[in-house]
Design a protein around this ligand. Structure first.
Ligand code: TA6
Length: 297
């Protein structure tokens, strides 16, 4: 099979498929620059995508890696998570990197529609690089206007788990947080291994760049650069309030989002900002498997 395929996916929306010689794969929709699938060399899907997700313009895709830009959540006057996930991005191109990764590069430029929502000229670029065991996603934003601009953003990644009750997120002990599920109460994470028993919507502030999601013998190492914060979300039984997620699907997902929330990025005219999130899923790796170097960006 070719390394790159450009076709129409669900809902007839344009889609780029990346294939790595090891057998791993990824799919990206131009609508929202949305990564909807990352499968490892054994063919196991590593991202969660809701069975009830819409694939139609005007509604965000539920699952995968939505791009929240230029606003994270409701932290501003725009609609929740900004407009980037609701518009068509353009495919800049695909390439084989020196690292052996297969990559797709997308971009979005301000136009009359975005300027009507957010009066700031910009260019945003999203690069997705697929390796044998890794997926790297990089967001670059350039202020192409003449005034300073303030923005927040996230790579709102939905990771797939077999059962969220059995999963822990490790590496957040001692990190301050904002608990969005409880009136934005502030706290300090007391657990080295965070387990999940209820609705979770936590913004870890100035979070460590490396955490790991561990579930039995499976683990995913998650790294970020440029993004100071890390958001962890699971709607739990409130999934029933989401019309694009089945009631029990909360068991199969955990959002671990590289984000910039509390202290917005301020870009001077001509200035740029880069943030990235990457994932490594070693085959058959046990809970304590670790390897950092391969994910440096
Ligand atoms: O990033 C977490 C969050 O902001 C939660 O508050 C939750 O609502 C989630 O995003 C999903 O938002 P959405 O608009 O996609 O339903």
């Amino acid at each position: 099979m070719d390394d790159f395929l450009i076709d129409r996916g669900r809902g007839g929306l344009p889609r780029v498929t990346l294939r790595h010689p090891t057998g791993s794969g990824a799919e990206i929709y131009l609508y929202g620059a949305h990564v909807t699938s990352w499968s490892d060399a054994a063919g196991r899907e590593r991202l969660f995508l809701s069975r009830s997700s819409a694939f139609e313009r005007g509604t965000p895709i539920r699952g995968g890696i939505p791009v929240s830009f230029p606003q994270f959540g409701n932290f501003g006057a725009l609609s929740k998570h900004g407009f980037a996930r609701l518009v068509d991005w353009k495919l800049t191109g695909t390439e084989r990197l020196d690292t052996g990764e297969r990559a797709a590069n997308l971009h979005l430029e301000s136009d009359p529609r975005t300027l009507g929502l957010w009066p700031h000229p910009f260019r945003a670029e999203l690069s997705v690089a697929l390796g044998g065991e890794t997926l790297r996603v990089r967001l670059r934003v350039i202020n192409t206007g003449g005034e300073p601009v303030s923005m927040t953003a996230a790579l709102h990644t939905y990771l797939r788990v077999q059962d969220v009750h059995e999963a822990t997120l490790n590496g957040l002990g001692g990190v301050p947080y904002l608990d969005s599920a409880n009136g934005n109460r502030r706290g300090l994470e007391g657990r080295a291994e965070v387990a999940f028993y209820d609705e979770t919507d936590t913004i870890y502030l100035q979070a460590p760049d490396s955490v790991s999601l561990v579930e039995g013998e499976r683990s995913v190492e998650i790294r970020k650069t440029g993004f100071p914060d890390l958001v962890v979300w699971n709607p739990w039984t409130r999934a029933s309030e989401l019309r694009d997620m089945d009631d029990s699907e909360y068991r199969e997902m955990l959002c671990v989002e590289a984000a910039v929330v509390e202290e917005p990025v301020v870009l001077a005219p001509g200035g740029e900002w880069v943030g990235a999130q990457s994932f490594r899923a070693p085959p058959g790796a046990g809970p304590h498997a670790r390897s950092g170097a391969a994910l440096d960006q």
